[in-house]
Design a protein around this ligand. Sequence first.
Ligand SMILES: [Zn+2]
Length: 516
Amino acid sequence: MPPLWWRGKPAVTSSILSVRNPRSGKDGFMASMSRRNLLASLLILPAAWCGADDGASLFDGRSLDGWKAGEHHRSFRVEGGKIVASGPAAHLFYTGRVGTGTFKNFDLKAEVLARPGACSGIHFHTQFQSHGPLETGFKVQINNAYAGEGDDRDCRKTGSLYGIRNIYKALVKDDEWFNLRVQVRGKQVQVWLNEVQIVDYIEPDQPTDSTTPTIGRGALALECCGGSPPVYFRNLVANPLPDDLQTPSEQLPPVDDVYRQLLQMNQQGYPVVDYHVHLKGGLTLEQALASSRRLGIMYGIAVNGGLKFPITTDAGVENFLASMKGQPCFVGLQGEGREWVTLFSRDTIAKFDYIFTDCMTFSDDHGKRMRLWIPEEVGEIPDPEQFMELLVSRIVGILNHEPIDIHANPTFLPDAIAGDYDRLWTPERMQRVIEAAKANDVAIEINNRYRIPSAAFIQRAKNAGVKFSFGTNNGDPDLGRIEYALAMIKQCGLTWQDIFIPKPDGQKAAQRRSAG
Ligand SMILES: [Zn+2]
């Protein structure tokens, strides 16, 4: 069988579209046949012979000829046509004929399989080292197994351009072969996982700091993480591209404080995810994903479920989830009204990566239902103190009884009293909400749209050990860059350990919390 990725077109950037195109299978098959013949002939012809769109094999399937380990050479061996990385920490450098062993612009493809819990990586633009972690170049991460809290590095999943454009969701499984493709063209680094583009990093004109590697030229290397279960590589193929490829200057990102802080957070292993993105106001999934890849903010795409909302039944949930299958983003449910808990089965909503709700819709003690963002429904608030008591008791009720992972739009107040936010959110009221969030392991959203909750609330919640998520809650295609959350991270000293990451299967709120 030819490697799976040959079935796609080699230089297509909109790979999601080409995978969906039912004709691409047929066209791809023809292409794969001719390329397979070409690959066979490359085994006996010099690498320089190959055409512009084709690559040359870096691995003969039988030996490590053309490869050199920096140390612990037994950490790499050949087994059944595969390179196996297993043993003490080490790197295996490509020193063969293709690209004379150093690469500037290139297109690299590999098939990879990781055993459960394994980690590895493919380094590029690096240099031979006889020992220690590599000091130069970039790494594309291989790590599918959930680790959650603890070692921050474990949050960076397969396909991450390590520390620069992290992927926080495992998009492929252990014990299954997947295709990894890395391309450098000028100032642009792109990564595809099973033909889906997940990274699109463009280096700015000026270096942003001293720790970020710069795109240049150098060696390729495979990594063996010490103590990790084995990782297998096969069909390693590289196509050196011309040195003079340029990235148009208008594509280079402007570097401002927000850019620097986002990069820093990626370096430090913060889960940089906006979990409150809606496909609203004409925003398409393709646009959202393109923005995510460029900015270095992963998205959680959330659908609204509740009476008179887009999704009202289990069947609606299943349809939505099917439409998002395989997409490089988290997928969430926003429960609406208070009725949402009665509409879906737990098993069905547990298929979302996470669930959130806000307390912007509730009924008072006389049964009057209000949506807090609609002044006509809220009406007069003659006694703000009494209103706050009602609001806080409703929030606590939601945190105690609804199966949510995140409390969104927290501390939102209707327009009529929003001007008194700091006075009305007394320490005692904040504390009641924070304690309920902590007791139920619910994260608090730092909301970019309303710029809530206040720094005072966030500081208290942090001290209580509550986790935070970032959420834009967009009503139109403008997603911003989670600016309010970034400001709060600085002001309140939030560390990567303070930030929410979706729970693994079995521990989600919908699974661990009983109904009602
Ligand atoms: Zn929303």
